[in-house]
Every structure is written in C-alpha cells, then in structure tokens.
Design a protein around this ligand. Structure first.
Ligand code: SF4
Ligand code: SF4
Length: 391
C-alpha cells in the first residue's frame, strides 16, 4: 500500500523504538548499524518526510540496502506497517532512473517481448553454442538456464469432476525462467478438479518497479492486473514475491499462494508415486511474512509417500534473492546467500524446494558458482512429477 506523506508520518509514529525487530533484520545482523535496522530506517524515513533530515545519498543508501523482506513486521508487537512506509518512501523520495530498469521495463511489462528475447537465448544454451556464449556480454555468462518459451491458453478445464475455478498469475520472471512450474501448477489443479483461467492481459505484479523507486510504472502494472483478473475467483501465484506484491496492491482480489490453495482442495483418490528422498524446504520471506502460509508447502510435500521433508536450518533469514536486489546490492545479496549455501553444505542437501523464483534463481546461481550438485525446484513441480507430470 502506498501512503500519503501525512499517513507515512502517522504510521512511523506508531514505532515505539522497542528494538524487538532488530535481531530479525538481516541487514542489521550483517552491518550492526542502527541505520540499517528497521527501527533506524523508520526514524530516517520519518525525518526525511518531515524535512528534518535531507534526502541525500546516505539516506538513500540505507533505504536501498533494505530487502523488503518484512521480517521486522512479523516481529513487531505494535504491527507497524513497515512495508507501506518503505514502499511510500521509495516512491516519493528514492525515485531513480537506473539504466537496468530502463532496459528491463518493456520485458517486464510485456510477456511476448520477454519470450522474444528468451527464444534465441534458449537456442544458444540448448544447442550449446559455446563460442556464441563467449561473445555475449559478461553478464550473460551468469544467466540461469533458459527454458523453452511457452504460449498459454486462456483456459484449462478440470480433467476430473469440476470442484472450483481459479486464475493463475504467470509473473514476468516465472513465465520466462520457470514456466515448467506454471505448467505443473495447471496440471495439478486440473487433476484436482479445478478449472484454471490464465488472463491474457495480465502483467508483472509491479514489485520490481516499486523496489527500484519507479512508483508510476508499478501503479500502471497494478491497474492492468486489476482489470485483467476477475474478483470472483482466487488469483494463485507460484512466486511468493509476486503474491506479496499482489496481496498488498490488489486488496479487492483474493490472492493466495498455490500451496495454500492446494491444501484446501480435496485430494481423495489422487495417485502420488513414492519418492524416497530427503527434501529440504527454504521458506521465502514473502511467504513467511506477507502471505503467512509457509506451513502449506511442508504439508503439501508430505503428501508424497516416503519423502522426508525438512526445514532448511536458518530459514528465518532472507537469502538475499530479493528481486532486483541481486543486481543493485550484490555484496549484501551474496553475503546472505553465503549463509544459505553453508546450511546446504552442512546438511548435504540434494533437493531444495522453494516457492519463490527470486530465491530459486539466486540460490541456484550460488550453487553453480560453487559447483554444488543440488536440485532446486518449486514444491509444485516436485509433487506434479510424482503425479505423472512430464512423464
Ligand atoms: S524489511 Fe527486512 S531488511 Fe528491511 S528493515 Fe525490515 S527486516 Fe530489515
Ligand atoms: S519492533 Fe516495531 S515498534 Fe519496536 S522498534 Fe521495531 S518497528 Fe518499532
């Protein structure tokens, strides 16, 4: 939610400076600086809104370092709406014209443009044209595996007795980099008797633009999604980062993480093949702190016979994969990921389930850099495969 300046000050005034949020803030834990803590940032944002402090580069640096992980909100006894305060500050005071955002904007906004870009990259990776890969700019060497672009139908009917209808949110990153999870979601939903609508005019949730300080673009994207999705049925998201953005900015719609929705479905008679593996679950911050349904992922995976489902130790700390943060704040993003990689190594993790594309890409990149052979998958893809998806 974006506030007015007056509302921002009123909300910031609700912080009683108790400091209970401090140990939960990943950036404070790393820097030890009050200005990189939720309490410190709230004081700074209020002071800038009141014109007591200047809106200078030092102020911007402390706000830019915030991951918007919202762990502080979960810890706050006074329910201070930190997310609204920081989103408003970014929109009003940290507007930026960054080169990467200018380049990325059309691809984030239009799926077909992202697909146009994905096709040649997929071909280069798929056909292993290493020479061509070497000619691409250095950043391209860090590209994740690009999946073959998919065209979506607007409607996928239930394949068993009809029990309900939902809309599926595609998301800009998931559509380009993890369309298998989206296809797996449709497969599982249809098998459980759920009709799936995929509104063709839907676009990015707006979170990337908002975090980059481009409030105007974020508002346009929200408006287009508001027009595209019917209020009469739930909007399901496979990326909790998108789910959080939609929940905050489309309050008239019922936005749900797909695992939470699936746990409310009737699974009687559903065949799920056994999987004798240990699966560790990474809890994305947005699923824990905003959508507040992390347990559904564990409950869903526990439906797989013989699978041993474990929480990845250190789950309460953000992995650093907070959207564009991995580009704009690489140092902190890598420090936070380092802790995840350590947990993965210590516990000899072979399969990691995560419900957010940002976490998945960021962690997978770190695993590749350290030559660690770990499968990172969305929980829906794991269970869908055990139900016959892709076989
Ligand atoms: S949103 Fe996360 S990084 Fe930002 S102040 Fe709160 S706990 Fe710290
Ligand atoms: S826990 Fe809440 S009230 Fe206490 S310092 Fe943090 S934001 Fe302020």
């Amino acid at each position: 939610m974006t506030l007015s300046v007056k509302e921002l000050i009123v909300e910031a005034d609700r912080c009683v400076a108790c400091g209970l949020c401090l140990p939960h803030c990943p950036t404070y834990r790393k820097t030890g600086s009050e200005a990189d803590s939720p309490r410190g940032r709230i004081q700074l944002m209020r002071a800038v809104a009141q014109d007591i402090l200047p809106n200078n580069d030092r102020f911007k640096a402390h706000i830019d370092l915030c991951l918007s992980c919202r762990s502080c909100e979960s810890a706050c006894p006074n329910s201070v709406n930190y997310g609204a305060i920081v989103d408003t500050t970014r929109t009003l005071y940290i507007q930026k014209k960054s080169v990467w955002m200018t380049i990325a904007k059309p691809f984030i906004r239009h799926r077909y443009l992202a697909n146009l870009l994905a096709w040649p990259l997929w071909l280069i990776q798929h056909l292993k044209w290493n020479r061509l890969l070497r000619c691409l700019p250095p950043a391209a060497k860090h590209l994740p595996t690009i999946v073959k672009p998919m065209a979506w139908k607007p409607f996928y009917p239930a394949t068993t007795l009809h029990k309900g209808s939902v809309s599926l949110f595609l998301g800009c990153a998931s559509n380009t980099l993890d369309n298998q999870t989206l296809a797996a979601s449709i497969y599982v939903l249809n098998k459980l008797g759920i009709d799936v609508h995929v509104p063709t005019r839907q676009t990015c949730c707006g979170s990337i633009a908002r975090q980059a300080g481009d409030g105007t673009e974020a508002t346009k994207l929200v408006a287009r999604n508001a027009e595209s999705f019917a209020e009469s049925m739930p909007i399901l998201t496979t990326a909790s980062g998108c789910g959080a953005g939609l929940k905050d900015y489309l309050p008239q719609h019922h936005v749900q993480d797909i695992s939470a929705f699936l746990m409310s479905c009737d699974w009687s008679g559903t065949q799920i093949a056994a999987l004798k593996e240990q699966i560790y679950v990474q809890d994305p911050c947005t699923l824990r702190n905003v959508l507040q349904t992390p347990q559904a992922v564990y409950d869903l995976l526990k439906k797989i016979p013989d699978a041993d489902i474990q929480a990845l130790p250190g789950n309460s700390q953000c992995c650093g994969g907070a959207g564009a943060y991995v580009i704009t704040q690489q140092d902190m993003a890598n420090k936070l990921r380092h802790d995840k990689l350590n947990a993965i190594k210590i516990h000899h993790v072979a399969i990691l389930a995560t419900s957010n594309i940002g976490c998945s890409l960021h962690i997978a990149k770190g695993l590749r850099e350290e030559n660690l052979d770990v499968i990172v998958m969305h929980p829906i893809l794991i269970i869908a495969k055990q139900m016959g998806f892709g076989v």
